[in-house]
Design a protein around this ligand. Structure first.
Ligand SMILES: NC(=O)C1=CN([C@@H]2O[C@H](COP(=O)(O)OP(=O)(O)OC[C@H]3O[C@@H](n4cnc5c(N)ncnc54)[C@H](OP(=O)(O)O)[C@@H]3O)[C@@H](O)[C@H]2O)C=CC1
Ligand SMILES: C[C@H]1O[C@H](OP(=O)(O)OP(=O)(O)OC[C@H]2O[C@@H](n3cnc4c(=O)[nH]c(N)nc43)[C@H](O)[C@@H]2O)[C@@H](O)[C@@H](O)C1=O
Length: 300
């Protein structure tokens, strides 16, 4: 199983562990699996099972013996959180993914999907970014700690495939949005941050809303229900060595995004740019042709 093996659809009765099932991505995956008729889901909240604890993860897998694992639990946040808590972003993510991947292998899991992010690619990668751009240049400094952890996750899946012939695959989602997003005023991603800020400004009759950076960076957004659909598709149809990009192919500038949210919310005041805040990567449009060639495209 050094490169790609024939994949078989998940058995409807097989027990599936969705790690991080209350988050943006995990909750969408649970909804999608239920829509597809998967009923045997095993779910644990953070307080029921701390995935950074190696011994707790080991006993969970020994007891529950899931057949499939979708790893959507991680320390996640926007540009400010990534830049402010680098130790958490590298440390917690390395612990969670190492514990889950190793215990899943040890306890006979048939297939595992690891989720990374488009921030794994070099800051100045060719656009649209093909999967082959991984490890070809320096990373964006605001999220390099998180990116290094995610790259380690991809490599761990590949290493277990080579050495143990184990079916571990990786998907790399672009920037996501949807129900159960994180609306923290500083630590969230841009879209929920702007929805909250414009809503509060309108409710409080404020004169202006401050948006971070220059407004010039481009971002590609995908609805989380599309991502969840792609995750089920990959579990059913893909058993390859290389990670797979999951994006929409559509990008907007942060300025366009802010103006759109302003209009939708109906805020009539001024928009002010805080250029002391980082822009991050100038552009990170992913090349989604690999997933398209496998037969999946977004619907929303
Ligand atoms: N959101 C986005 O735009 C993108 C997300 N991704 C990837 O998708 C995956 C999911 O992200 P997303 O859903 O947005 O993140 P969320 O923060 O919404 O959800 C993360 C989930 O992981 C759980 N979790 C975190 N730490 C632990 C722990 N130590 N033990 C057990 N559970 C834990 C959280 O539980 P609790 O809240 O209780 O701590 C939460 O349910 C991540 O791998 C992320 O890198 C990739 C690209 C873009
Ligand atoms: C998914 C991806 O998400 C992170 O990277 P990012 O794409 O830079 O994420 P972001 O959503 O936080 O910002 C996008 C852009 O938007 C601008 N921006 C304006 N105003 C606000 C604002 O109020 N909040 C935020 N967060 N950004 C703002 C901000 O300055 C930047 O130019 C990674 O760290 C990592 O987590 C990762 O993988």
């Amino acid at each position: 199983m050094a490169d790609t093996t024939a994949s078989s659809e998940m058995e409807k009765s097989g027990k599936i562990f969705v790690a991080g099932h209350r988050g943006l991505v995990g909750s969408a995956i649970v909804r999608k699996l239920q829509d597809h008729g998967f009923k045997n889901l095993v779910l644990r909240t953070h307080s029921e099972l701390d995935l950074t604890s190696q011994s707790d993860v080991e006993s969970f897998f020994a007891t529950e013996k899931p057949v499939y694992v979708i790893l959507a639990a991680a320390k996640v946040g926007g540009i400010h959180a990534n830049n402010t808590y680098p130790a958490d972003f590298i440390g917690v993510n390395l612990q969670i993914q190492t514990n889950v991947i190793h215990s899943a292998y040890t306890h006979g899991v048939k297939k595992l999907l690891f989720l990374g992010s488009s921030c794994i690619y070099p800051k100045f990668a060719p656009q649209p970014i093909p999967e082959s751009a991984l490890l070809t240049g320096p990373l964006e400094p605001t999220n390099e700690w998180y990116a290094i952890a995610k790259i380690a996750g991809i490599k761990m899946c590949q290493a277990y495939r080579i050495q143990h012939q184990w079916d571990a695959i990786s998907g790399m989602p672009t920037n996501l949005y949807g129900p159960n997003d994180n609306f923290h005023p500083e630590n969230s991603h841009v879209l929920p941050a702007l929805m909250r800020r414009f809503h509060e400004a309108k409710a409080n009759n404020a004169d202006e809303v401050v948006v971070w950076g220059s407004g010039s960076p481009l971002r590609e957004f995908l609805h989380v229900d599309d991502l969840a659909d792609a995750c089920v598709f990959l579990m059913d149809r893909y058993s390859g060595f290389e990670h797979v990009n999951v994006g929409s192919g559509v990008e907007v500038t942060i300025k366009e995004l802010a103006e759109l949210v302003k209009e939708v919310v109906g805020f009539k005041g001024k928009l002010v740019w805080d250029c002391t805040k980082p822009d991050g990567t100038p552009r990170k449009l992913m090349d989604n042709s690999k997933l398209a060639s496998l037969g999946w495209t977004p619907k929303i």
